[in-house]
Design a protein around this ligand. Structure first.
Ligand code: SF4
Ligand code: SF4
Length: 297
């Protein structure tokens, strides 16, 4: 039932939600949730109150920090600059290895309410040339992200999305008009794993990556290499083929996993990761490994 954060201080009409008698249909992502009155959709943040779509988390910020842009990770967009990074609550995917599960899979969390203008003021004050919408999934808060992005553009600040890329084409087209750079997770190259284990959709993510490239958004792709989930060489090889089919110049980050949330497999083997990167370099110009410092030597 809707209780937590029911009273956002800010009012905003939801996008991609429509009433169906007492239910609400949300068509933002491929989940296409039919939400009963008094409940939220699968992301936990888009709800139905009295037969009307509501976004009571509009303006709820779970984390605000200044990061090096390389931490997003983005290695080929405004390198060696700082970026104002904001996080939200909830996610439309439910990855059992989520490293931000405390904010992505739980909405009863502490944070603060900030209008888009306050975010832009913070970026101007800190003199960061970009803002990242990141940490949990920003796109389930598309209304807020769009509002921030419009203001950021007006002030010459670049917009960076760090996303699972799992939103439908109409919403993707809207957000990418205002996006300068994106890091998109390509979590696995198996539709079955996307569907059964993550609650996502491979084709939607592939389309999102391709659309980023087509619309001139600087795009980098990240794959967290998770043992027993996506680490078969065949799968990583197919993922590299797909990225290369969009553009060989798209940077691919292969990052090491460590046990978190509900996934207990041992951390990614360092040699395996380095070897996977070496193989990928045969197909792509820029392949980067990450989180390698966390690995047992
Ligand atoms: S954004 Fe949320 S409510 Fe909308 S379809 Fe996706 S999971 Fe469901
Ligand atoms: S998409 Fe990202 S934030 Fe969402 S559950 Fe998966 S790892 Fe966590």
């Amino acid at each position: 039932m809707i209780e937590t954060h029911e009273f956002s201080k800010f009012v905003r009409q939801p996008l991609f939600m429509s009433s169906r008698e007492e239910n609400v249909l949300c068509e933002l992502c491929p989940n296409n949730c039919v939400i009963k009155s008094g409940h939220f959709g699968s992301c936990g943040v888009r709800g139905n109150k009295g037969g009307k779509g509501i976004i009571p988390f509009y303006g709820f910020i779970s984390a605000l920090a200044i990061d090096p842009i390389e931490k997003k990770p983005l290695y080929h967009f405004k390198p060696r600059t700082k970026i104002l990074s904001l996080g939200f609550a909830g996610c439309n995917l439910h990855c059992p290895f989520c490293q931000n599960w405390h904010i992505s899979q739980n909405t009863d969390i502490s944070g603060k309410w900030m209008q888009p203008g306050e975010i832009i003021s913070a970026a101007l004050k800190q003199d960061t040339p970009s803002i990242a919408y990141t940490y949990s999934e920003p796109l389930v808060h598309i209304e807020y992200v769009l509002d921030c992005m419009v203001l950021a553009r007006k002030h010459g600040i670049a917009n960076v999305l760090v996303t699972n890329g799992c939103i439908k084409p109409e919403a993707a087209a809207e957000i990418l008009k205002l996006t300068d750079a994106a890091n998109v997770d390509l979590k696995t190259f198996s539709q079955e794993t996307y569907k059964k284990t993550l609650n996502g959709d491979l084709q939607t993510v592939m389309d999102f990556i391709a659309l980023c490239h087509k619309t001139g958004v600087h795009v980098e792709v990240t794959t967290l290499v998770v043992p027993d989930l996506n680490d078969s060489n065949g799968e990583l090889s197919k993922a590299a083929d797909f990225i290369a089919s969009v553009s060989k110049e798209i940077p691919w980050h292969l990052t090491a996993y460590h046990p978190d949330y509900r996934w207990n497999a041992p951390p990614t083997d360092k040699d395996f990761l380095l070897n996977a990167a070496k193989e990928a370099e045969k197909k792509l110009t820029f392949v980067h490994t990450g989180n390698i410092g966390f690995m047992p030597l």
